[in-house]
Design a binder for this molecule. Structure first.
Ligand code: NAI
Length: 334
């Protein structure tokens, strides 16, 4: 039984994600932190008849640094897993990188509190731009002397979920969840690289159809941003994806074996990661990760089997991703 924390719990992702976590029988305590509205969200969820005891935490004055820190400390203490969807979402015409200015500071503040209160917790970062916020988190944890690469994950599951859904639509598979499709690299536009050639079961998609599919997986988030017309980005599908990844981490930590899901991790710090690091030249990269009791147990090298089409996509990915990573590292060190 674990204590799970959601930071950013009152938001568009935070609320449905907290709802899904509340239904998880492996969670005994669910701590909801946000700068607004968590008492209401917690009261509402607490009436659901599942084991998790729900508590909401909000700083009475979040502009007061000491008050904010005290409230975060209370919310985070004893956490086994902390999931972070705090921050502003995109509006039409924005890229994920446009969010950097605001979200980088939010993530830095939250991770500082994590380092001080629950340094052993598994940290799942949803806040965009993931390509930069995860390196920021790593730098903050390093500076505090508590960085464990096996416990820090950027959540890229929504790209995997989209790939399963879009491919299933093309090949006529009625249950998209039956497909396994590695989506690797980063989490924005061209840094997202679907490896359709490694789909299981294998699928036959080529030519213009493959181009369109690849573009749709890379830029699928834009469809939602456009349809929401200024009211934000993906929240419900993200809550599903965030829960799917969190549940896998919790199950692996609880002893279930054979669980694999792609995630954006610090490659040199994970078994098998150094080999992928050499191929990609990227410190942080999303690849299928075998999860275990201590978190990211092994990085699986699917990069080496990429075909020529995918190798071209990877070249574009490396360039953009390394820039995003450097930006995060620079911000955290400043
Ligand atoms: P939202 O604006 O609906 O919710 C964000 C929540 O964060 C708000 O409740 C806000 O009060 C809270 N917040 C702001 N500063 C905070 C702080 N310092 N501490 C705690 N909470 C704080 O936004 P939404 O739609 O839920 O998106 C959240 C983030 O998730 C965005 O950065 C978005 O880009 C990202 N996202 C990531 C995806 C992924 O695949 N990794 C997919 C979709 C969105």
């Amino acid at each position: 039984m674990v204590k799970a924390v959601v930071a950013g719990a009152s938001g568009g992702i935070g609320q449905p994600l907290s709802l899904l976590l509340k239904t998880c029988p492996l969670i005994s305590e669910l701590s909801l932190y946000d700068v607004v509205n968590t008492p209401g969200v917690a009261a509402d969820l607490s009436h659901i008849s599942s084991p998790a005891v729900v508590k909401g935490y909000v700083p009475t004055d979040f502009k007061d640094a000491a008050q904010s820190a005290a409230s975060m400390k209370e919310a985070f203490t004893g956490a086994d897993i902390i999931i972070i969807p705090a921050g502003v979402p995109r509006k039409p015409g924005m890229t994920r990188d446009d969010l950097f200015k605001i979200n980088a500071g939010i993530v830095k503040g939250l991770i500082t509190a994590v380092a001080e209160t629950c340094p052993k917790a598994f940290i799942l970062i949803i806040s965009n731009p993931v390509n930069s916020t995860v390196p920021i988190a790593a730098e903050v944890l390093k500076a505090k002397g508590v960085f464990d690469p096996k416990r820090l994950f950027g959540v890229t599951t929504l790209d995997v979920v989209r790939a399963e859904t879009f491919v299933a639509g093309i090949v006529g598979e009625k249950n998209p969840g039956k497909l396994t499709i590695p989506v690797i690299g980063g989490h924005s536009g061209e840094t997202i690289v679907p490896l359709i050639s490694q789909a299981k079961p294998s699928v036959n998609i080529a030519g213009e159809e493959l181009d369109k599919l690849t573009y749709r997986i890379q830029f699928g988030g834009d469809e939602v941003v456009k349809a929401k017309d200024g009211a934000g980005s993906a929240t419900l599908s993200m809550a599903y994806a965030g829960y799917r990844f969190a549940e896998k981490v919790i199950k692996a930590v609880s002893g279930e074996s054979g669980i694999v899901e792609p995630s954006f991790v610090y490659l040199p710090g994970i078994e098998g990661g150094e080999e992928i690091h050499k191929l990609t030249g990227c410190d942080f990269f999303s690849v299928p990760i075998e999860l275990g009791p201590s978190g990211a147990q092994k990085a699986i090298n699917v990069v080496k089997s990429a075909n020529d089409y995918e190798k071209k996509l990877l070249e574009a990915c490396y360039k953009g991703l390394n820039g995003n990573i450097a930006k995060g590292v620079e911000f955290a060190r400043a």
